[in-house]
Unconditional design. Structure first.
Length: 553
């Protein structure tokens, strides 16, 4: 990795690492009586290891000029590796807390393992660790291929991948220690937030620099979705996380927003994190990997652009649907509800576009589990967005809010859409990244598909049932006008569904482990006995065009 950097880049890498080590040292000393001190020490150790690694290879020969004639894929390989790593941890913790909701004693009587601390470990691992790394890695791939341009330098992509994972590491190790800003999906504290801003700006500039070097006049639509993801996340992250730290030696900070303004800012952020992190970037993935895998042009390029502008414009106004029946002014709630219903149109335009693209390639969907992952993802995208628009309607939300229905909606999106499209993209990408003809075992891809699909189905159906039963039990009155059921009654009614959800999660996790093994074996270059002697991968020389990606109209 360091051998690929030019001498100038090695010097810059050293400067960055030394600056980071100094920051770590300051936090470690100033925060010696606070959890921030532990993070300071971690940053110090990691950056000192980095400094030694760079010094160790500082005098290695510089990379040859030939490298500039080929795409730069090494940071993509690292991104995929990190993504799978966080996936396995995130799913394991997710299943753990799922069992904990059925059997509360699973905390083992320790503070770090209480539900409140492990829940953000789960959400951050899967959303930021797994999803974020998959997005960064595939965006590097897509931007190079669709622009027919190499990444502009070697250092920035590594800075983005490693810097982003440092952020994930700080976030995820912080929660068990009790470090949290208590804002959902924005739990990391001020120092981690500032670091993410630096990394994210570098990421956006890298994207623009690569596009500026493009040898293809058209900017393929997937790039627009990825850029919306990067740009809007930066805006949301900065505004929602504006905070005043207690001091340099304390992890704790106080956000500048208060009361209902804080709630609105948080859910403007929260819902747009759904829109631009869990939707827009993954649509970028879908718009590239689905047509290339199916070897068909997009059904309607024009529709993909209309969907883009619809999603970007409508989503930004929809966040207040999280605050129905609160102190938020009624008209703001109505605004959020209206835009949420309108969102169905651009959302279904994308889901429909994906499915129509597969028209004429159904035999491939039948035979190829990788393409089937993407097909199922598009179906779940359609289901989740329909459900989202539905539960955003105020009277429907009166039933669904605070219940497991929301959790069912979240995981239909998270497992069915986000994870499935990522698995499809990763399986499409991995063989070519490691210069193999195909995955180590297509049979294991098939097994992963069925485990993932059955796990998702069990999870989501269990939560839909439990959510609606909860909502109905909480609003049932008896003849004397008092509540028919106590809260504990509803908890008891949930128990079987919580067990079913945890079993669904176990199936999904098993699929993830099968996938991780298959990817590992592919990367190692291992061959199954049946593959011995099969023709190897033919490397593509130079920067090639992707014919399936020309606009159809
Ligand atoms: C048209 C598109 C969508 C609309 C209108 C929509 C609407 C909603 C609504 C109304 C809620 C419940 C708010 C509440 O009662 O608290 C919600 C929650 C949520 N949705 Fe969606 N949704 C959409 C698509 C998606 C997609 C594709 C995902 C992908 C994973 C997703 C992920 C989530 C998450 C994570 C939450 C939970 C937020 C929380 O309370 O922590 N949504 N959505
Ligand atoms: C093995 C699979 C999984 C299991 C067993 C699982 C389990 C759970 C559990 C038990 C919760 C807490 C629910 C509650 O507070 O009542 C949760 C929340 C959540 N999970 Fe998962 N999860 C899994 C996979 C995923 C994946 C892959 C993603 C995202 C890509 C994800 C995203 C979320 C989100 C966003 C929340 C917060 C929902 C909200 O606040 O409304 N989960 N999960």
């Amino acid at each position: 990795m360091i051998g690929q950097l030019s001498r100038g880049e090695r010097q810059t890498a050293l400067l960055i690492l030394v600056a980071l080590a100094l920051c770590g040292l300051v936090f470690a000393i100033a925060g010696k009586d606070d959890p921030i001190g532990v993070h300071g020490a971690m940053i110090l150790v990691l950056s000192v290891i980095g400094v030694f690694a760079v010094i160790g290879h500082y005098y290695d020969p510089e990379p040859s000029e030939d490298r500039l004639g080929e795409y730069y894929d090494d940071p993509i390989r690292a991104g995929i590796g990190f993504s799978i790593f966080w996936l396995i941890i995130g799913l394991t913790v997710g299943d753990w807390i799922a069992w904990m909701l059925a059997y509360p004693n699973f905390t083992f009587d320790a503070a770090w393992s209480t539900f409140g601390r492990l829940r953000p470990v789960h959400t951050s691992c899967v959303i930021f660790g797994f999803g974020g790394n998959a997005l960064i890695a595939t965006s590097f791939h897509v931007m190079q291929r669709t622009s027919r341009a190499r990444l502009p330098d070697q250092l920035t992509p590594w800075f983005v991948v490693l810097g982003y994972n440092l952020f994930c590491f700080l976030a995820i190790t912080g929660y068990p220690m009790g470090i949290t800003k208590s804002k959902e999906y924005a739990e990391p504290e001020w120092y981690a937030d500032i670091w993410l801003v630096i990394v994210w700006v570098a990421y956006f500039i890298l994207y623009l620099r690569t596009l500026a070097r493009r040898r293809e006049s058209h900017i393929y639509v997937a790039n627009w979705y990825y850029m919306a993801f990067i740009l809007v996340m930066a805006m949301l992250h900065i505004v929602n996380n504006l905070a005043v730290p207690v001091s340099l030696g304390h992890a704790k900070s106080y956000v500048i927003w208060a009361g209902v303004q804080d709630a609105m800012t948080q859910w403007w952020y929260g819902h747009n994190a759904v829109a631009f992190f869990l939707t827009s970037g993954f649509l970028g993935m879908m718009y590239y990997y689905l047509p290339t895998r199916a070897k068909r042009p997009l059904y309607s390029y024009r529709m993909s652009i209309i969907s883009f502008w619809g999603i970007v414009f409508f989503y930004l106004w929809a966040g207040s649907h999280h605050l129905h029946y609160t102190a938020l002014p009624q008209w703001v709630q109505t605004l959020g509800m209206t835009f949420s219903v309108m969102l169905l149109v651009p959302s279904w335009a994308s889901a429909g576009n994906a499915l129509m693209t597969l028209n004429g390639a159904w035999d491939k969907v039948r035979d190829d589990a990788t393409l089937r992952f993407m097909f199922v993802a598009a179906v779940f995208y359609g289901i989740t967005t329909f459900e989202g628009s539905f539960i955003a309607i105020r009277p429907v939300n009166a039933l669904s809010h605070y219940t497991d229905w929301t959790i069912g909606h979240v995981h239909a999106g998270a497992l069915g859409w986000v994870a499935m499209i990522s698995f499809g993209a990763i399986y499409a990408l991995v063989p070519s990244l490691w210069k193999r003809k195909e995955m180590y075992s297509p049979g294991l891809v098939e097994a992963h598909f069925w485990l993932a699909l059955s796990g998702t189905t069990v999870y989501v159906i269990a939560m839909w049932n439990s959510g609606i039963i909860q909502g109905l039990m909480w609003r049932t009155y008896n003849e004397s006008g008092t509540l028919e059921y106590s809260f504990v009654d509803s908890l008891i009614a949930m128990h079987p569904y919580y067990i079913a959800r945890a079993i669904g999660g176990l199936l999904f996790l098993s699929g993830g482990i099968v996938g991780a093994y298959n990817i590992w074996m592919t990367a190692r270059g291992a061959r199954r006995p049946a593959q011995q002697g099969a023709a190897g991968y033919t490397p593509v020389v130079g920067l090639v065009d992707e014919p399936a990606l020309r606009p159809a109209e």
